[in-house]
Design a protein around this ligand. Structure first.
Ligand code: ZN
Length: 136
């Protein structure tokens, strides 16, 4: 790689747009349920094409100046699991470089897990007027 023009922004642009759509979804939910969102739980598979670290990095930027500012993004990284037709068994892969059965080497035709990119839960707080103000 020789000197990308914007090394800081370049690789994360994709994740930033993903982060922003997750923020949008969460904001809708927050409005509908009249709650404040403290944390968003996300399932993320390596085959989704989204890099967890880049997404974490983008989260703060995506939340800026929204009701989600200060919220956390908690990513559960889902390992890749394939079904091997030769072994007739499901196998978890350590590497996503080779989508082959780690036992017999048959190329995986069927991916069971690893493509996930989904909000699985929101940690929310009721939006209530502060009845008991915190001690200052
Ligand atoms: Zn196999």
């Amino acid at each position: 790689m020789d000197r990308p023009r914007s090394p800081r922004l370049g690789p994360a642009m994709h994740e930033l747009s993903i982060a922003m759509s997750i923020v949008d979804l969460a904001l809708d939910e927050a409005r509908e349920r009249r709650v404040t969102i403290d944390a968003v739980y996300l399932d993320l598979g390596p085959l989704s094409g989204v890099v967890a670290d880049a997404l974490r990095f983008s989260w703060e930027i995506a939340c800026q100046d929204t009701a989600l500012q200060g919220s956390r993004l908690l990513i559960r990284e889902i390992p890749v699991e394939i079904h091997c037709s030769t072994c007739n068994a499901n196998r978890t892969l350590d590497s996503v470089q080779w989508l082959c059965c780690p036992v017999c080497g048959t190329p995986a035709l069927e991916v069971i897990h690893g493509k996930e990119l989904a909000i699985i839960a929101l940690e929310v707080r009721d939006e209530q007027p502060a009845a008991a103000p915190r001690s200052a």
